[in-house]
Design a protein around this ligand. Sequence first.
Ligand code: GRF
Length: 218
Amino acid sequence: MSKAKRVGVLISGRGSNMASLIEACSSSDYPAEIAHVISNVPDAPGLEIAARKGIPATAIDHKGYASREDFEKDLDATLRDAQIDLICNAGFMRLLTEGFVEAWRDRQLNIHPSLLPAFKGLRTHERAIEAGVRLSGCTVHFVRTEMDSGPIVAQAAVPVLPEDTPDELAARVLEAEHKLYPFALKLVASGEAKVVNERVMFTSCPEVHGPYISPWIE
Ligand code: GRF
């Protein structure tokens, strides 16, 4: 197997998706390793989880910078110092400027708790319930400047039950997120999933847009 890709995970809070990636990377045949975790929120619980697992974890508090660009300059330098190949945003709550997004184009993933392009942004589960959708889920996609947009790597769907509260739906989706993100990162880190004309193609079946569009992720 070729060398494992070095992944930098960006977080802002709890870090449960980060933890699921760390867990997946602990398996010897996984094509990626979590090399660094960075939070823009200094007291994010995820930083402690990463440190306990022996992963370098850094806080870069965006509030200490005069502009987004200044913050991103340090973020970029920290990632480059750690020789990061791929970035995984996992509950990272900062919008990134075009400069940063383009510098890491096709090397930065995000997970969003809806079936994109539906319900971009915040209050996802509340809005899904209000809209009366029967299925919701989560999406892993390459990052583009427009929030929650970019070529989709993989999606997982879960039912929305009639009596669901937003918290109950969030918990069901989160369980799917913890399976989907490691699944999607593996596709990207192994070189199986690639962006071609702003859609994700799979190298072992280039003629189709993948058996992975709505994968079984068990
Ligand atoms: C997840 O639902 C993720 O999809 C969203 O924010 C939440 C972060 O949770 N962007 P965690 O920090 O990974 O536990």
